[in-house]
Design a protein around this ligand. Structure first.
Ligand SMILES: [Zn+2]
Length: 302
């Protein structure tokens, strides 16, 4: 099968930002239980992409910066109004600046195949990500979220870049996968975790935009390979019927709903649970409901 159907199936042009509810964070944030988490800018937004649309460099960088500022502003407003209530039902949301894979920028399906071609090197990938990372990190998000990374070379490039740029904002690196042992490229989580584990800049590892049926197995695999906190935010599992031009229901749930699976993912060891493409605010609401009130993981358990 070519990579294109994969891209069509899950592709990142959905009209919803990935929204995550986070059950606990293992690093320097002291709040417990549930965080609302807003990925502040869509992962396909890139400086070269903006330039290709005729923007000036300053405009493109300004747009990236503004995306973080708006998300921080919205979070602060929401938090203020929550504090005015006698008993807040939320914790303070974190704002993460999303950085998608090189494949998401190419929009040719390679974010689900990891096939970037022979010309692409670690250095070229670093150069592709460098300025966007600098701009977003300087805008003051709580987290940097590298999303849907399909191959080892790109993960390696990101780890090196975080060091080279001495980025102080905690990061996560989430891969895309189509089974429970390997990245989309076919390279194993075990291979990638070797160098991710060595980096203090990467606080969290996980997967996103991956079919829900693989998530539990992936969490178990990652638990074997790392002590870092684990994030999972799969897509809805729906399949795009290209002929009928409509989404077919997910076949992977059996009798389980997404939120029931979310509970199992948390029990398996995921500290961050959410949804990517084709999940909706109501998915997240349901996930939040089943996870809320459950015992948060302590930092030592993660
Ligand atoms: Zn997605």
């Amino acid at each position: 099968m070519s990579s294109f159907p994969h891209h069509t199936r899950y592709h990142h042009s959905c009209d919803l930002h990935p929204l995550l509810y986070i059950t606990f964070s293992s690093f320097s944030f002291s709040v417990r239980e549930i965080y609302a988490f807003l990925s502040c800018i869509y992962l396909q937004a890139t400086i070269p992409g903006f330039l290709a649309r005729g923007m000036l460099l300053e405009e493109a960088e300004g747009l990236l910066r503004t995306s973080v500022e708006l998300a921080l502003e919205a979070r602060d407003e929401f938090w203020k109004s929550t504090l005015r209530k006698s008993k807040p039902v939320y914790n303070r949301a974190l704002v993460a600046a999303s950085i998608g894979s090189y494949g998401a920028y190419l929009a040719d399906g390679s974010e689900y195949s990891g096939l970037y071609g022979e010309d692409i090197t670690t250095e070229k990938l670093k150069d592709f990500h460098r300025r966007r990372l600098q701009v977003l990190a300087s805008a003051g998000p709580d987290l940097i979220a590298f999303e849907a990374i399909p191959n080892k070379m790109e993960a390696q490039a990101l780890v090196e870049l975080l060091e080279e740029e001495n980025i102080q904002v905690p990061s996560w690196i989430c891969f895309s996968s189509e089974d429970d042992k390997n990245l989309c490229s076919g390279e194993s989580f075990a291979e990638c975790l070797q160098f991710l584990n060595a980096s203090d800049k990467v606080a969290i590892v996980g997967v996103n935009c991956t079919p829900p049926q693989f998530i539990e197995g992936i969490i178990r695999e990652l638990k074997k390979q790392t002590k870092k906190a684990i994030a999972v935010y799969p897509n809805s599992g729906e399949v795009w019927d290209g002929r009928a031009k409509r989404w077919l229901p997910a076949e992977c749930f059996g009798h389980k709903s997404f939120d029931a699976l979310a509970k199992r993912w948390q029990e398996a060891g995921a500290s961050f649970v959410g949804g990517c493409c084709r999940t909706t605010p109501s998915t997240i609401r349901a996930v939040s409901k089943v996870l809320k009130g459950r015992t948060a993981y302590s930092a030592t358990q993660i």
